[in-house]
Write a protein that binds this ligand. Structure first.
Ligand SMILES: [Zn+2]
Ligand SMILES: [Zn+2]
Length: 315
């Protein structure tokens, strides 16, 4: 069923470092909270402490792991322990590339006797789609030297805008009939003594796109391959391990520079670009932001750990 009212959509940057943590930045972990759902994308060491600091609560429904480099998954072990101590009984599902079943097995084995909820696993490949209530998480292949995925969270299309005045002009009385029209039902009313039908198309505008968030995980630029799934995203969270001066190093180790992230944002026509997976070699991110802005005219941010942004509906 189409939802009539919008859900909140918050992105918490719980970890924005790459490879090694620093005193300021934890390892990769992006939390997306939509309505009452909470998803983690990657789960670096200490993720649960970041969740405490950000006061997000612990009701994690699912964890999506981009690839099996330890900076992206070591936090699962500690988080599972913490969730168990807090009395969780609902299953937790881990989604990831091939290797995820073995990983979930290791989590269960290491946590033997202490974890009281099932840890499930679902293997994803490029093109996999995981359906949730009101949105889908799509997986795409990235270029990182090992098998790795990026993810797009895409909301379902929303119904068009309801034209209340038009409905009244057609003789529909405000009340339950409005709701039925908004849900796509045809209603019958009496107009000037005659029974007539009012069709939803007479009072509803064209369907409106849902919101979209893309998280690349670790990768060389891949925008040419992901236009279909990630084009027009509200938020692109892109690997920007290096600034543009370290371009050669980025190529060597299969990461992106901030300028490349900017070019990807421009090619995909996104609204906001967030630069993450910042190498510990940099003390600040002003250079990263500047590099990205050379290519991308939209909003660029290099979020600090615990930064949160709310994604609104485009109107
Ligand atoms: Zn990494
Ligand atoms: Zn990696």
């Amino acid at each position: 069923m189409l939802r009539l009212t919008g859900e909140t959509l918050h992105v918490h940057f719980l970890g924005t470092a790459g490879a090694l943590p620093t005193p300021q930045r934890n390892l990769p972990c992006i939390m997306v909270r939509r309505g009452s759902d909470t998803l983690l994308f990657d789960c670096g060491e200490g993720a649960q402490q970041q969740m405490m600091r950000a006061r997000t609560g612990f009701t994690v429904n699912a964890i999506f792991i981009t690839h099996w480099h330890a900076d992206h998954f070591l936090g699962v072990f500690g988080l599972v322990q913490t969730l168990s101590f807090m009395g969780r009984t609902e299953p937790l599902t881990l989604y990831g590339p091939p290797g995820v079943h073995e990983f979930a097995g290791m989590v269960e084995q290491l946590s033997r006797n202490t974890v009281r909820f099932p840890v499930r696993s679902v293997e994803l490949r490029a093109g996999s789609a995981v359906r949730f209530d009101g949105y889908t998480v799509h997986a795409f292949a990235t270029l990182h030297g090992i098998q790795s995925l990026g993810f797009v969270l895409a909301e379902d299309t929303r119904p068009g805008r309801f034209d209340r005045e038009r409905a009244v002009a057609l003789g529909v009385r405000p009340g339950p009939l409005f709701g039925r029209l908004q849900r796509g039902e045809t209603v019958r009313i009496t107009r000037e003594g005659q029974e007539v039908e009012v069709l939803p198309g007479e009072v509803m505008g064209p369907p409106r796109p849902g919101r979209k968030i893309c998280y690349t995980g670790d990768t060389r630029p891949v925008e040419d391959r992901i236009r279909d799934v990630a084009g027009g995203a509200d938020l692109l969270i892109h690997d920007a391990t290096f600034d543009d001066r370290d371009h050669e190093r980025a190529e060597e180790v299969h990461h992106s520079t901030a300028g490349e992230a900017g070019a990807a944002a421009a090619a995909l026509g996104v609204k906001i670009l967030a630069l993450v997976h910042i190498s510990p070699r940099y003390t600040g991110t002003a250079g990263h932001v500047e590099d990205a802005r050379k290519y991308f005219p939209g909003e660029v941010m290099a979020p600090a750990d615990l930064a949160m942004i709310e994604i609104g509906y485009a109107e």
